[in-house]
Design a protein. Structure first.
Length: 141
């Protein structure tokens, strides 16, 4: 009589653990090749950092700047039709980047409603001066 897999009704040739390749997951101990692969995979897994170290340092400075600007004046500067009047954060006139993150001339105090309104109504925001494309050449540049 041939030796077959211990899994019910399976007629395949078993490995050392008594189960075939398809059913080895049911063995109490994983096969050596499977455990070697799982060790290699777990050794490679390392979470990707949300921010680089350089960006983390900038973010700390930015958080201080936000608190400082909101402590100076809590009034929303955008005044869209949906405005609540009380600033909850800062709106970046030019899209946020490491180059302009701490530039106070490119920041406006805004409530969340105004910030969303500006993002959803680009033509209105451009006319009012609340959005400046970072790709367009300015007269000063």
């Amino acid at each position: 009589m041939d030796i077959v897999c211990e899994f019910p009704l399976c007629k395949r040739h078993p490995e050392k653990n008594g189960y075939c390749i398809s059913h080895r997951i049911y063995a109490s101990e994983p096969s050596s090749s499977q455990s070697d692969r799982s060790k290699a995979v777990t050794a490679q897994k390392k979470p990707i950092a949300r921010f680089s170290e350089k960006r983390q340092k900038l973010q700390v400075k930015y958080n201080k700047l936000v608190k400082e600007m909101l402590a100076d004046n809590k009034m929303c500067e955008i005044k869209s039709p949906d405005c609540t009047g009380i600033a909850e954060g800062l709106h970046h006139i030019e899209k946020r980047s490491a180059r302009n993150l701490l530039d106070k001339t490119k920041l406006k105090r805004s409530c969340n409603y105004c910030n969303t309104f500006v993002e959803n109504n680009v033509s209105w925001a451009e006319k009012k001066g609340f959005i400046i494309s970072k790709h367009k050449k300015t007269k000063n540049a």
